[in-house]
Write a protein that binds this ligand. Structure first.
Ligand SMILES: NC(=O)c1ccc[n+]([C@@H]2O[C@H](COP(=O)([O-])OP(=O)(O)OC[C@H]3O[C@@H](n4cnc5c(N)ncnc54)[C@H](O)[C@@H]3O)[C@@H](O)[C@H]2O)c1
Ligand SMILES: C[N+](C)(C)CCCC=O
Length: 465
């Protein structure tokens, strides 16, 4: 097929220029100036503006723009936007609770601690949850009194700009949340900028390592939310209906482009045939197509090169001996306006073994690898045999087994009898090479603030000299 014909339905959303050193300098300067004002406000005053931003998010139709930005279904985009809104509300609630400690010392002297903001924080986002990532980073940063310069992925540059407009509309001081566009060069300029106090990054492990290295030059703290190859353990005593639902949630949200996905599905041998039959039937029933339709459950992958990469993982799996139980092919929707879109049929791979590439590497697409196991000890060893540790899940009716297993799973987020839920009140982040620090939950306040200790002498100086 000639390329012109194949891609005739391409539409250009907008033209964006990557920001260079001068633009980055300007953005950081604005953020620094906003920080001066914002950091002096009370938590209650910061909260008021953040709550207003959350209300605007509720009123605006952002989800449709996210669909166009990323390709995911409107149903999922609405959930992502809602998670962004909830996150901003949650941290608005925490803004006025930030407090230090009072410590009594001898002779009436005392010390107290102050929780202070860091300054200008940089956020660098991945393309799979563009709006949500911008909110998950900016909400705790702003609640603590910081300002932010945010760089979305150049693949999905649109909706972070909307968030910037929303904060401004809500009454945030000019320069509080700035969006800069560009790829790795722009990101690198941000990490190296001397007036940047912290870098919070979401993306791949190789880029995460570079971010950490760049930040180390300025001894800047980093939050790294990186990749995963998470295990999902399904024991024979589990409620199989729920386990199948969980496996689908663990693999096919956002066209499988989810860091926390449980792509290594270990099923106890006794229930493997039943599980496979049910999971394949449900996977084949997933409605693929126009992501703006209410009935669609799987939209388009993010780009042509990414679709090609995911399909090549399926080919490689076949060559290495896995069985394609369903899907794994490029999909051409019947609607002519969608032809040339980056669709594929969700795939379940059977007969997988631990050495296969599909089981070892993060595919970041709708490809579930099913593996069989016999004992708890064996599956725990295999589940933990990876350098990554973002998430893990277990399905069982045995409550003692559930807690015993999660205690031994080496992952930052463990799910018992569910998968891929991320309430904003709960910390999220990885063990091992899946990252450093946490997003969401109270603990994230510690990643966007620093403690100052103040000693107060009530007597005379007891000098040794
Ligand atoms: N743990 C999490 O919360 C989480 C969430 C979403 C995605 N991810 C991971 O993200 C990856 C997919 O996203 P991606 O392809 O956008 O990742 P990526 O690492 O290619 O890019 C992420 C961001 O980093 C920027 N970047 C790239 N090189 C840079 C450099 N040298 N200096 C500064 N910035 C640079 C990119 O422009 C982009 O904004 C997957 O591995 C996935 O698991 C993790
Ligand atoms: C909301 N999810 C589906 C758990 C995704 C969290 C962010 C990771 O990519």
């Amino acid at each position: 097929m000639n390329r012109q014909h194949q891609y005739r339905n391409w539409r250009i959303l907008c033209h964006l220029e990557p920001c260079g050193a001068a633009e980055i300098d300007e953005a950081v300067k604005h953020a620094k100036s906003a920080f001066g004002h914002w950091s002096k406000l009370s938590g209650m005053d910061r909260a008021r503006i953040m709550i207003e931003a959350a209300h605007i998010i509720e009123r605006e139709e952002i989800a449709e723009m996210e669909v166009v930005n990323n390709g995911k279904s409107i149903t999922e985009a609405r959930l992502d936007v809602d998670s962004a809104r909830l996150c901003i509300e949650y941290y608005a609630g925490l803004a006025s609770t930030l407090a230090g400690q009072h410590v009594q010392l001898a002779g009436g002297s005392f010390a107290y601690t102050r929780r202070e903001p860091l300054g200008v924080c940089v956020g660098i986002g991945a393309w799979n949850y563009p709006f949500q990532i911008a909110a998950w980073k900016s909400a705790p940063a702003l609640a603590c009194g910081n300002s932010m310069v945010f760089k979305p992925s150049p693949v999905t540059p649109v909706t972070a700009v909307l968030l910037g407009e929303i904060f401004a509309q809500a009454g945030a001081p000019e320069g509080l949340f700035n969006v800069v566009q560009g790829g790795q060069e722009t990101g690198s300029l941000l990490c190296h900028h001397p007036d940047v106090a912290k870098v919070s990054f979401t993306g791949s492990v190789p880029t995460g390592k570079k971010i950490m290295e760049m930040a180390s030059h300025g001894v800047k703290p980093v939050t790294l939310e990186l990749g995963g190859k998470s295990p999902l353990l399904i024991f024979k005593d589990s409620d199989l209906e729920n386990a199948v639902r969980g496996a689908l949630m663990a693999n096919f949200l956002s066209q499988g482009q989810v860091c926390s996905n449980g792509t290594r599905v270990f099923v106890q041998k006794d229930v493997l045939p039943e599980f496979v039959e049910e999971v394949v039937e449900r996977t084949q029933a997933i409605e693929i197509g126009d992501p703006l339709l209410e009935t669609t459950r799987m939209g388009a992958l993010v780009s042509r090169p990414h679709l090609d990469k995911v399909l090549s993982y399926v080919d490689q799996a076949k060559k290495e001996g896995a069985t394609v139980l369903c899907g794994g092919e490029a999909f051409v929707p019947s609607d002519p306006k969608l032809r040339g879109g980056y669709y594929m049929t969700p795939c379940v791979l059977g007969n997988c073994t631990d050495e296969m590439t599909c089981v070892k590497e993060e595919i970041f697409g709708p490809v579930m690898s099913v593996l069989s196991f016999e004992t708890e000890e064996e599956v725990l060893h295999r589940a933990n045999d990876t350098s990554l540790g973002l998430a893990a899940g277990v399905f069982t009716r045995d409550v003692r087994r559930a807690h015993r297993v999660v205690e031994q799973l080496k992952a930052g987020s463990c799910f018992i009898n569910n998968y891929n839920i991320t309430p904003v009140e709960v910390p999220f982040g990885g063990f091992k090479m899946s990252g450093i620090g946490r997003e969401n939950g109270q603990v994230t306040i510690e990643y966007y603030s620093q403690l100052k200790t103040v000693f107060v002498e009530m007597g005379d100086v007891d000098s040794l000299f």
